[in-house]
Design a protein around this ligand. Sequence first.
Ligand code: CA
Length: 755
Amino acid sequence: MTSRHFVGSIFALLLAFNVLPISVMAAEQILVKNQNEFQKAVSGLKPGDTVVLANGVWNNFEINFSGKGTAEQPITLTAETKGKVIISGQSNLHIAGEYLVVSGLVFKNGYSTTDSVISFRKSEIELANHSRVTETVVDNFNNPERVEVDYYVAMYGKHNRFDHNHLAGKRNKGVTMAVILDSQASQENHHRIDHNYFGPRPVLGSNGGETLRIGTSAYSLTNSFTLVENNYFDRCDGEVEIVSVKSGRNHVRGNLFFESQGGLALRHGNDNLVEANVFLGNGVAHTGGIRVINKGQIIRNNYLESLTGTRFGAGLVVMNGVPDSPINKYHQVDGALIENNSLVNIDHIQLAEGSDASRTAAPINSEFRNNLIFNESGRDIFTLKDDVSGIKFSNNVLNEVQNPQITEGFASRDVVMTRGANGLLYPESRELSGVGASRDLVVLEKSQTGAPWYPKPDPSIRFGIGNTVDVTPEPGALENAIKQAQTGDVIRLAPGDYVVSKILHIDKPLTLSGDGEARIEYERTTLFEIADGGSLQLRGLSISGKSTPDNVGNSVIRSSRYSMLVNYQISIENCEITDLTVNRAFNFFYASKQTMADSIDISGSRFSNISGAILKLDNENDDEGIYNADYVRIKDSSFTDVQGALVDLYRGGTDESTFGPHFSLTGSQVRNVGTGSRNKSGASVYLHGVQVATIENNLFSGSAPIKVYHTVGDPVTRIVKNTFAATPVPEVTELNSQQENTALIADNTVEETPK
Ligand code: CA
């Protein structure tokens, strides 16, 4: 007889003789249909009771669920049918007490007015212990103000479990899920966070975009004993830290990090164990691995493949510390054990990273052994930023690398890799079986995480996935077509002259396409306004600003004037933009504060006769490391007689939490650009705080100079193979470093006469 059968039989026996304990007898299942019924039901809950929310939409529902269950008889809050109870509007869930279980709820179409959607406490002194939230969904449940800070989940108390939940689409500032250790009642908590699906989190464009944080620097020398196991991190891009461990003795194992920008940082706290995790970057930009700081960290049996990240965001990073560091800075790495990890086609391993005038304490008492480092390119992927003699290297295997920097403790071998049954790469040679990650490493499947009944989002595809809709120049036809368009539709404009009398609001990804013979004029201060959810692609169109009102600051495209939660994309191909001159500061594109473009692409297009800037991306001017556009890419285009700059791209401040902005300008002609008397920056291309910039193979003629301001990090600026005719040479300024600027300015041609 199995134990379950045994208990079942005893139960049946007790039932037969009517001698069940009172509490079992009285346990109730209470179906509630509205908030009044819910309030009544929760006022007197006994161990074993279950409150069932009726199917439907519960609007503006602030759920306070408290009670004292027992280990054998918890008190449960659940849905009549899992997934059919939708909590929307201004809603949240606070639980407090003992042995509570919540399951089956979906939070969507709303946001929390408190600092979290789900909180394991009711007040500072009423916490939840031994409680569980399972199969619950928080999907795009965001405060509409992008910079307002809140959590999806705030975990307090002790011995709580958060499992099989689905958290996706966090878009405003604030960590998606935080374990908070702000009082003794929440320290040494032994929480379990397992089998959750952490769905896509778009680039926030500032600090505060972490997916999971355990602790804070203030309490980082206390232990948390939190287990983070078998969670799936799907494209969690928010910022440089996906998981930020800021406490001691946590155990992070068996998780899968899929194409997520950023890494797992052991930022504060000691004696954490990171093992059997799998990182799959698939070559996506800024995908990182594990970053080691502090004492006694163990990094064991992890598998990392095709991660492109560098510097703090590299595949593996061991940091330098600050001597006698204050609690919120970098503590020295001491006693790290890094063993049996496989690092396969990782672009960078950084040791003693962050070494600078204050971070002078190199790692000590550490070991790096039995690791397998395989890189197809045969390149040495190690970067040593300082003395690494405090790390003992032994029994590691490196595939054949030319001139490796570290030779002791590494055998250079001709390694042949094949995929094992688990889909991961292993050396064919059995002699190497003790090196790298184990063959029985389990690769977590996405389907084992989250709520089984709630679909996981597909990769977001934007342009061109819908139908093609034809329009003619007939008045109002284009406006109507846009109003009725569905996500991803292509609106094909027949040749002719279009006059648009309304602002076209773009709230879904749309393409407007012409064959070069469709010409648009418009009569409002902007032609397009991007709203939340909108993205715009223009192909083969001619647009003139001639008929716009005589007003300062018109545009062709602008982002919403209000805070936008959803990042957008703009793509301009083979277009002709002319005569943006009715008044001053007429910009082609204007981004407002609290709006963020994932990308702005311009290719094969011609712009001429413009009184403002082409791309005005400098409205985040609070110097808090926030910016307007992550990728700006311009190629094979021409810009002629533009009084403002080709681009004003600004990211102020010294925060180091973002990978962007990125900028590239290639194969383009820039004639008489940036020379207007009202162009504040005095630049043709103005880049402030841009992390990666490439300006290559362009002609600048009779234009203002390129001006680049480096702020923090290791900005990579390349200005090469350009011709500067009757244009001052580029100016690069280091704002916060005393060193000479790090820009590469080479192979450019300087000529006196315009071309
Ligand atoms: Ca951060």
